[in-house]
Write a protein that binds this ligand. Sequence first.
Ligand code: SF4
Length: 457
Amino acid sequence: MIDIKFSINTLGCKTNLSESDYIIKELSDRGFKLVKYSDGPDFCIINTCTVTSQSDRKVRQIVRRIKSNSPLSTVIVTGCYAVFNEKFLLDSGVDCIVKNKDKYSIPSVLEELARRRWNAKTGLAASSGNKKFQNLVHSRALVKIQDGCEQNCSYCIIPKVRGGYRSTPDELVLAQIRNLAAAGFDEVVLTGIHIGKYAADINAETCSGDRNASDLADLLEKIIESSSIKRIRLGSIEISEVDSRITDLIRESGRIAPHLHIPLQSGSDKILELMKRPYSSGYFLNMVESIKKSVPDIAITTDVIVGFPHESEEDFIQTVDLIKKVSFSKLHVFKYSRRMHTEAYSMGGQVAESVKSERSKFLREIGSKLRNDYIRNGVGKFFKVVTEKVDKEKRIAAGTSENYVKVYFPLDCSNAEILKKGKLVEVKIESVYEDGLIGKMHKTWRDAGTCAFVVKI
Ligand code: SF4
C-alpha cells in the first residue's frame, strides 16, 4: 500500500456527491488514503457547484482555505464552478482544473502523478470485490444514473455547465446496485441532474420508433427484478415525469421509498412561464393529487425560488397558497440568485434583496410548520430506517425513514453490536425528538416481513 493521502471537498447536489463517492472508492482502491484537507494531504480535490451566487462564494472560500492550510498539496478543482471561473482558480494558485466531463479520470490521473512523483513500485491494489465500497461516505449509497439537462429553465446555469442528457447504461446501473447490495447497503439513491429524462439520449440514438424506447420506470422495474437491494429512493424529479407506472411501482413493489422530491419553484403561472418551467400551477396541483391518490402515504418535498424577476406580492401569495394546498412534507426555499449566462440574468423587474429576504423568511416559517406537522404525524407508526450514525458512547443511532424523516433510536445491549451503518431497521416511533422522531428499534429489516432478530420493547 502506498502512503499517499488525498482529501475531497464536495459542494452542491447529490450528483456531485455521487461523483465524489466514485472518486473516493476508485482512489481508495488504488491504495490512496482519504484524510481531511487540514491533515496536509498530497492531493486536495474540490468538487464545486455554481448553482447560486452563494455556491460560488463557498467555492472561493474553500479554495482560499485549502491553499493557505495545505500549501504543499496539489490542488485539483473540478465541477460546475470550474466552467466559467478558470481565471479566479488559476490566480488562486490551483494546480489543475478538470472539466465536469473528465471528472471520472481524476483517479487514474492522480495514480499516474503519484507514480511519477513518488516512484511507487508496489502496492497499487487492484480493485477487488466489496472492498472498494468501504470508504463510501454515505450510508444511503448514491448511484448516478444520468447527467445533463436540456430543459433550459431561464434561471438555471446547469445545462451550460453540465451539457445535454447522458444516461448511465442500465447494465452498469444494475451492476453497481448489485455490488452495493452485496457490500451491505440496504438503500440506494438514484441521482442525476434530470432523472426523469433517463434514457432519453439512448432512445434518441438507438430507436427510430417507440418500440425499444426505455425510461426511468423500465430502469426501476429492472432494478427490482434483478437486484436484491431492499430500498430504492429517487432523487429530484420533475412533476411531468412522474407517470402512473412510477407511482404503481412505488405502491406495489414495497421497495421504492414513498418519497418524491418534486421542484415547484413558483405557484404563479406568470412566474412559471418566465422561468420556462413546463407546467402550470393547476397542472402541478392535479398531478400531486393523483400521486397522493395512488400512494396515500407518500412524502412530497419541494424546492421554491422566491424573488424571481417580476415576482409581485400577488405572485408570491399564489405560491404560498399552492404550498399550503399541496401540504409538502419539506420545503427548501431559495432566494433567486442572478447567474450570468442565463436568460433571467438580463430580465427587467429584478426584485430587491430585502424583499427576497422577507419572502424567504415567511416561506421558511410556513415550511417549518408543515414539516413539524408532518413529523408529528409519525408518532405511533413503524418506520423502516436506514442507519446512518451509530454513536456507541452516547448509545444512540440515527437514520432516515422511507418517508424522509430523521429517526433516532437508543442503542441497548441487544442491538449495539449488530447495528451497522447502511442497514435497514424497523423503529416504532414514540415521540418527536430534535429535528425528527425517536423510537425503539423493533427488528432488522431483512427480506420482506422476516425479522432477523427482535429486540424486546
Ligand atoms: S430542469 Fe431546469 S432547473 Fe433543473 S437542471 Fe434543468 S434547467 Fe436547471
